[in-house]
Ligand binder design. Structure first.
Ligand code: FES
Length: 559
């Protein structure tokens, strides 16, 4: 009996000699490609979660792939019995709300004063003609995350959101976190990470319901490493102490006046107008990137008089605390666990993801799945994982140290779809949580604030809006604050990128603001490790230790 291949939740007998790509085609599962299975485009990547031993060994065309990643046109089925489970780089409409909720800009009409304007049929950027057309004018805002990418298409004349898309960052084959991507980019020539992303992004842009040549500007935000790789900059220096982007180094040497990066559509290998401007937002430091800067724009911190905190949970969690008078920022290397990465049955918040978990009195799991009522669960996304751990704690099935009380290593959530949760998954999530909480403690400590001193705690991130505040509080992902102080705002980075795309004035404001943000270096704070260890436990986070000794030397640096 041949093995069975399950790809993106669809199963087929795995005929020996067939490639994963061919079997996916028979199932009607779309695999990205530009070379029709020739092994050239490197786009047909799949992540193999189970059954690698039933596949032929990697070919030389796959030498660039790390971990469980394969090119589906190269990986063929071997003789044998068992299960092969894999998925393409996922793509879909992530749970993005089209209107910001909970942000100061919510309900207000966004200022529409873009850099791209029209004078008759002349299309201008900052007053300089780049094209002639009487057609519409579009722009793209992109949040370039280590694990997940979100793209919005906007009409630059009306400010209207035309379309959006999100997809897993295909650069994951180069490692799951920023440091491994830097290492990958260092040792593999040819800008492979950038070119792979451009291929995926091009497909996304071509699928938008407008002529790509009507896209004249793109604003890119992301952590410093993702941004700089996209702009084909060396990221070597971000991986070495003192962890600076090449743009920061050049700014310190007086070679540039800001950390903004600018290129055009042609050089970025995108199907948008070749002379379109591609603008990389300013960064705060090597590890506090343009995504954190975009969050500041989204919460309008420059005009804020209350004390606010922003926690943008992702593979790198961004933390911002302050108001118009003083702002501290830090970035926590949390890893991809809360985006479903490094978790056996984890996945991003796309259709098929379990996002709600409740354990009934009789111990049965009740699961809420994103998508139609008939949608079969394929995995668990970040908000589902938070819910799951909260429920395991509530029912006494997991203790504060993250151990399963029945001594098992595995809890099955849905036997019919083979979805389970491992104790080793809890470890991954504990460490991600520890990094986030440790970062919060350091930033508040350096500011001299206690968590309760804060007026508003913005909880942002791909799942920020769908996370249950109760569950996040119970497992100690966020401080133990009253409900009214915690505001879930979804993806604040993409909001900020959209604001920067639509308003020249806001963009300029941001470029100036980042220069006065104080960057907290977690790695040099003498108590970060203690905070981290404490934060790995699943219990309420009560105090920011504001009474600790004041800011240690080297704990805060001006960005
Ligand atoms: S389809 Fe192009 S590399 Fe596999």
């Amino acid at each position: 009996m041949p093995a069975t291949l399950t790809i993106n939740g669809h199963s087929i007998p795995a005929t020996p000699g067939a490639s994963i790509f061919e079997l996916a085609e028979r199932l009607g599962v779309q695999v990205p490609t530009s070379c029709n299975k020739q092994g050239k485009c490197k786009e047909c990547i799949v992540e193999v979660a189970e059954g690698s031993r039933l596949l032929t060994p990697p070919t030389e065309k796959e030498e660039h792939l790390k971990g469980n990643f394969r090119l589906s046109c190269q990986a063929q089925i071997e003789e044998g019995d068992g299960q092969i489970r894999c998925h393409t780089m996922r793509r879909g409409n992530m749970r993005i709300e089209r209107q910001a909720l909970g942000l100061p800009v919510s309900g207000q009409k966004m200022e529409v004063d873009p850099a791209v304007t029209r004078d008759g049929d002349r299309i201008l950027i900052d007053g300089e003609e780049i094209a002639r057309s009487s057609g519409p004018i579009h722009g793209i805002a992109m949040d370039l995350g280590t694990t997940t990418i979100v793209v919005r298409l906007v009409n630059l004349e009306t400010g209207e959101l035309v379309a959006d898309a999100s997809f897993e960052n295909p650069q994951r084959f180069g490692g799951s976190d920023v440091m491994s991507r830097i290492h990958y980019d260092d040792v593999h020539g040819g800008k492979l990470l950038m070119r792979t992303l451009s291929g995926y992004l091009s497909h996304v842009i071509q699928a938008f319901p407008v002529d790509p040549l009507t896209i004249y500007e793109m604003v890119v935000v992301g952590n410093s490493t993702m941004r700089d790789i996209f702009f084909r900059q060396s990221v070597h220096s971000i991986g070495q102490s003192p962890y600076q982007s090449i743009t920061e180094i050049e700014m310190a040497e007086g070679k540039r006046t800001s950390t903004v990066l600018v290129d055009n559509g042609k050089r970025c290998l995108l199907p948008i107008h070749p002379r379109a401007r591609v603008y990389g937002g300013p960064i705060i430091s090597g590890h506090v990137g343009a995504d954190a800067a975009a969050c500041m724009l989204a919460v309008d911190i420059i005009h804020e008089t209350r004390r606010v905190a922003v926690m943008d949970i992702g593979t790198n969690t961004e933390l911002i605390v302050g108001n118009k008078d003083r702002i501290l920022a830090a970035s926590c290397p949390a890893g991809p666990a809360f985006e479903g990465g490094a978790i056996a049955c984890g996945m991003p918040g796309l259709e098929g993801a379990i996002e709600d978990v409740r354990i009934r009195d009789d111990g049965v799991f009740e699961l809420g799945v994103i998508g139609e009522a008939t949608q079969a669960p394929e995995g668990v996304c970040g908000s589902g994982l938070v819910d799951l751990m909260s429920e395991l704690l509530r029912t006494g099935r997991m203790n504060e140290l993250g151990r399963f009380e029945d001594g098992s290593q595995r809890i099955t959530l849905d036997p019919s779809h083979n979805i389970y949760f491992l104790e080793s998954d809890v470890n991954e999530l504990a460490q991600a949580k520890g990094a986030n909480v440790g970062g919060l403690q350091v930033v508040f400590n350096n500011f001299g604030l206690d968590f309760n001193d804060i007026d508003v705690f913005y909880l942002a991130g791909g799942f920020g809006r769908h996370l249950k505040v109760d569950a996040a509080r119970r497992i100690g992902l966020i401080p133990n604050l009253q409900d009214e102080k915690v505001v879930r705002v979804g993806n604040a980075s993409i909001e900020g990128a959209t604001i920067a795309l639509l308003s020249k004035r806001k963009r300029k404001e941001l470029e100036e603001l980042v220069k006065r943000v104080e960057h907290c270096r977690l790695e040099t704070h003498p108590r970060f490790f203690d905070y981290f260890v404490e934060g790995c436990q699943f219990k309420l986070v009560e105090s920011a230790n504001a009474s600790d000794e004041t800011v240690p030397a080297g704990g805060v640096v001006a960005a």
